[in-house]
Design a protein around this ligand. Structure first.
Ligand SMILES: Nc1ncnc2c1ncn2[C@@H]1O[C@H](COP(=O)(O)OP(=O)(O)O)[C@@H](O)[C@H]1O
Ligand SMILES: [Mg+2]
Length: 293
């Protein structure tokens, strides 16, 4: 048996690259996921999140780099790993004619130590739908069944790629609750999302990805706090134009601006000092610069 580099490490990615022809979707990605945490891969569409997750799941071959998942190389989907990793299937057509209970019982029989079917139904909030055929479920209920199928093998590690995209606010909250319950059961969760609030709500740590690279990594609080000493001073000038300056020395800046205005006998309309929110920082980090293709 291969050994894990550290028993606290669930996933290790070192200098991962993946090219599709000319496109370098993943361009030197490195991060580590610890056991039992919810790790968020946060980034805009096209950042390389799905490519990364599919490499970790063993569904895609990498171009180069080192990848270890629960101590194993995922390429080729070794059996040991398949039994310990939960994957949300995108295509529910396979079991359209089975009831929720039948589908879960069937998949449970493929694993050496599956989770209890009724417990799993409760975990994803499908109580009352046990006898409904999959094809009669609503979109949100089908996504919950997908999640239940990922959990039925009682995996140590679960990959959730954009788990709430297209959900209404209520369904999103319900999915968040399920993810929190999973975490409390000790499951390691890798979650990709382009929703900042989702990462902030659920993730113990996040890596913000842009153009296949990590541009920031840490707890959501730390990433927000990294530039929290930054302040934004804004006002409307004498020509009616909105002015805005970012500074890490707001006191000095205010002194200068107000001093100049006072000396000229002008009022600074709408003068305001504010701090960028985590959302501002995320947008700053992931915004396309002019000249990017
Ligand atoms: N099978 C593929 N063939 C060619 N290009 C791909 C393929 N899959 C993804 N890409 C490209 O790789 C980049 C990253 O895509 P993806 O990993 O899906 O990003 P994300 O999940 O963050 O939206 C995008 O530019 C996308 O168009
Ligand atoms: Mg994606």
């Amino acid at each position: 048996m291969p050994t894990v580099s550290s028993s606290d490490t669930a996933i290790e990615v070192i200098d991962l690259h993946k090219s599709y022809g000319e496109t370098e979707a993943v361009a030197g990605l490195s991060f580590e996921v610890r056991r039992g945490e919810v790790f968020g891969l946060l980034g805009p569409n096209g950042a390389g999140k799905t490519t990364t997750v599919e490499i970790l799941e063993g569904y895609r071959a990498r171009t180069s780099g080192r990848v270890t998942v629960l101590g194993l190389d995922p390429e080729g989907r070794p059996r040991d790993l398949r039994e310990r990793v939960g994957i949300v299937l995108q295509n529910s057509a396979l079991y359209a004619n089975l009831t929720v209970h039948e589908a879960l019982s069937h998949f449970a029989s493929l694993y050496p130590a599956p989770r209890n079917v009724d417990e799993t139904i409760a975990l994803v909030g499908l109580q009352g739908k046990e006898d409904g055929r999959s094809r009669t479920l609503s979109g949100g209920q089908r996504r919950r069944l997908d999640l239940a199928l990922a959990l039925i093998g009682d995996p140590d590690l679960v990959f959730l790629d954009e788990p709430t995209t297209g959900f209404d606010p209520q369904a999103r909250r319900a999915a968040w609750e399920t993810i929190r319950s999973l975490r409390s059961l000790g499951t390691t969760i890798v979650l990709t999302t382009h929703y900042l609030d989702e990462a902030q709500e659920l993730a113990d740590r996040v890596a913000i990805i842009k153009d296949g690279r990590v541009v920031a990594e840490g707890t959501p609080q730390d990433i927000g706090g990294a530039t929290a000493h930054q302040a934004r001073v804004s006002w409307t000038d004498e020509y009616g134009a909105k002015q805005e300056i970012e500074t890490d020395m707001p006191t000095k800046l205010l002194h200068e601006i107000t001093g100049t205005a006072l000396a000229a006998g002008r009022e600074l309309t709408g003068l305001k000092v504010s701090r960028p929110s985590l959302e501002d920082i995320y947008l700053d980090l992931t915004m396309e610069e002019p000249g990017d293709e």
